[in-house]
Write a protein that binds this ligand. Structure first.
Ligand SMILES: [Zn+2]
Length: 220
């Protein structure tokens, strides 16, 4: 990014900065190349051959469907056991939350904190932020577009950290299998949990943050 100010007048001579859309340009989703927009027919990127769209196709509908699916999967991910521990003949099943409680009670509060933040707070936050952005776009809101764009980039950034929980269970199962006393197996909850993480990643990816700014331009 240079220090130059964006032009205050667009190509059509109207107020507001010159955007690619106003200048009749269209960016490739795959390689980022700007091409001139031509009416009619399917457009392909001259550099990589990808299909060109002014905006991600059906971004709102697709993101909504994935957010709703993530909410549905979030419930079994937290209610169903993620581990089954067999120790001296008795089996104990743990959900994410009871695992957090177990680590807290046994003094490993830092592990408890990591699992709590990565497995419960982050996915819930991500679902809430995406739902909020989708509602704001649908209502053509002009409320703090910079902050909303920043919120979107946060959801992209934090999503991958949720996978920490899958790693914790994997490492725990591997570690305890080494000791002959206890036997740990992964529960079905971890499958739903992995699904939540992957679905929210796709939901964030389907959302086109330019929709936030489109509503503002239509108003002015
Ligand atoms: Zn391209």
């Amino acid at each position: 990014m240079g220090t130059a100010e964006p032009p205050k007048v667009n190509a059509a001579g109207g107020p507001g900065p010159a955007t690619a859309a106003r200048l009749g340009l269209i960016a490739c989703h795959d390689c980022g190349l700007l091409s001139r927009f031509q009416a009619g027919g399917r457009l392909y990127c001259p550099r990589c051959g990808g299909v060109l769209h002014a905006r991600k196709p059906n971004s709102e509908g697709r993101s909504w469907a994935l957010v709703l699916a993530a909410i549905l999967f979030y419930i079994p991910a937290n209610v169903l056991p993620v581990t089954h521990t067999t120790y001296l003949g008795s089996t104990q099943s743990d959900t994410i939350l009871s695992g957090v409680y177990y680590f807290m009670a046994s003094g490993s509060w830092h592990i408890a904190l990591i699992i709590f933040v990565a497995s419960i707070v982050v996915p819930a936050l991500k679902i809430l932020i995406l739902a909020f952005l989708l509602v704001s776009v649908r209502r053509r809101s002009d409320w703090r577009p910079e902050e909303r764009t920043r919120l979107y980039h946060i959801t992209e950034l934090i999503g991958r950290w949720s996978m920490v929980d899958v790693y914790v269970v994997t490492v725990m199962v591997a570690l305890l299998k080494l000791g002959a006393l206890a036997n740990v197996d992964a529960g079905v909850g971890i499958v739903f949990f992995g699904a939540v993480v992957v679905i929210t990643m796709f939901a964030a990816n389907s959302f086109d943050p330019r929709l936030i700014w489109d509503a503002m331009e239509k108003r002015s």
